[in-house]
Design a protein around this ligand. Structure first.
Ligand SMILES: *Cc1c(COP(=O)(O)O)cnc(C)c1O
Length: 390
């Protein structure tokens, strides 16, 4: 049976060149990068080189890049670190209602500590209105955090516009660019952001490594303590193989980013056209302002979970919303924020394409999907009742 992986927003396969680049840093170059001997110096050099690769890709300076354990940790350091450093100025933070849980749960933690959080709404296509950001800014606002591209339905937010507003008001702007970095242009000066999170395993790098960009001069405090690594911002022995792997993944992504974006957009639009040709299947999210590899549809009269299991039996790996929400029966907070009712949100399906996705994969999905939907609907009492009424 054909095996088709369409869950690249959850994680990506590690690129063979990334694995090859990492291996020597397990053995023989296993030194602790803080050690002064030759073993340590080799690790240090690899980290310095990786920092340059990331800085160049983001349009940043090397001393503005901090390696972390991933997107979640970068988001936590950005939010809690700025909140603690800025508490004397104010305790108000602006974010949106469709953020990743790494942002929303960190905001919930800060709210318990006495910070006030404004959750901006989105329109029916999942976009934040920059005017809403402007209107929400108060004298005590210290930070705005809006994700660059949504992990569930792919909407790309107007970060540069929000950045200009944040700058004009003297408020820091953080963006979670975990989904966009590597496929969309992500330049910290063009986007006018002060902090930016990224992760290795969403861009064909290893899991457990990421980075946080912090613009020079930004007031921020570490949230972990114990050593001088990453200029005390992220103490702990550096994950040298992970850092090397992340840098290699970034180099590979930058080498053909535009070409990949065009290829994925074409496959994505073919998939969207085919899926929505099935009756009562609707696209969620903006048709154009969306990630090149993201497709999210609501399939009426079918449970998302049943659909995922049926497709899995045919070798097709997809998900419902985010990997973090699946497994629970709560409907996606993102789709609910866009105004979908619980039934539509429950029947949602996310298919995310990647570097390894082929035209044949898409053809196979478009062959299997209508069959699976028809079979599930034929077993649905709700669907059969509606059919009879019509
Ligand atoms: C995957 C993801 C994260 C979490 O990154 P990890 O490296 O898995 O911790 C954060 N934000 C977004 C938008 C993501 O897609």
């Amino acid at each position: 049976m054909r095996s088709v992986y369409l869950d690249h927003a959850a994680t990506t396969p590690v690129h063979p060149e990334v694995i090859a680049a990492m291996l020597p840093y397990f053995q023989p170059m296993y030194g602790n990068a803080s050690s002064v001997h030759a073993f340590g110096r080799k690790g240090r050099m690899a980290i310095d080189n990786a920092r340059e690769v990331l800085a160049k890709a983001l349009g940043a300076q090397t001393n503005e890049i901090y390696f972390t354990s991933g997107g979640t940790e970068s988001d936590n350091i950005a939010l809690v670190g700025v909140a603690e450093a800025m508490a004397d100025k104010g305790r108000h933070i602006i974010t949106s209602s469709i953020e990743h849980h790494a942002i929303l749960d960190t905001c919930a933690h800060l709210a318990k500590k006495g910070y006030e959080i404004t959750y901006l709404p989105v329109d029916s296509e999942g976009l934040v209105n920059p005017e809403d950001v402007k209107a929400a800014i108060r004298p005590d606002t210290i930070l705005i955090s809006i994700g660059h591209a949504n992990n569930e339905m792919g909407a790309i937010q107007p970060i540069a516009e929000i950045g200009a507003i944040a700058k004009a008001h003297g408020v820091y702007l953080h963006t979670d660019a975990v989904q966009s970095f590597g496929i969309l242009p992500v330049d910290v000066n063009e986007l006018q952001v002060d902090l930016l999170s990224l992760s290795g395993h969403k861009i064909y790098g290893p899991k457990g490594i990421g980075a946080l960009y912090v613009r020079r001069g930004t007031r921020i405090r570490p949230i972990m303590f114990g050593g001088g690594q990453e200029r005390k911002m992220r103490p702990g022995t550096e994950n040298v193989p992970g850092i090397v792997g992340l840098a290699k993944a970034v180099e590979l992504a930058m080498a053909d980013r535009e070409e990949q974006a065009e290829r994925l957009t074409r496959l994505r639009d073919k998939l969207i056209a085919g899926l929505t040709a099935v009756p009562d299947v609707k696209l969620n999210g903006h048709p154009e302002k969306r990630l090149p590899g993201n497709v999210n549809v609501s399939v009426k009269y079918v449970e998302g979970e049943s659909l995922i299991l049926s497709l899995d039996l045919r070798g097709i790996a997809v998900s419902s919303g985010s990997a973090c929400t699946s497994g629970s029966l709560d409907p996606s907070h993102v789709l609910i924020a866009m105004g979908l009712d619980h039934l539509q949100a429950h029947g949602s399906l996310r298919l995310t394409l990647g570097r390894d996705t082929t035209e044949e994969d898409i053809d196979y999905v478009l062959e299997v999907f209508p069959e699976v939907v028809a079979r599930l609907r034929s077993m649905s009492p709700l669907y059969n009742r509606l059919e009879r009424e019509e």
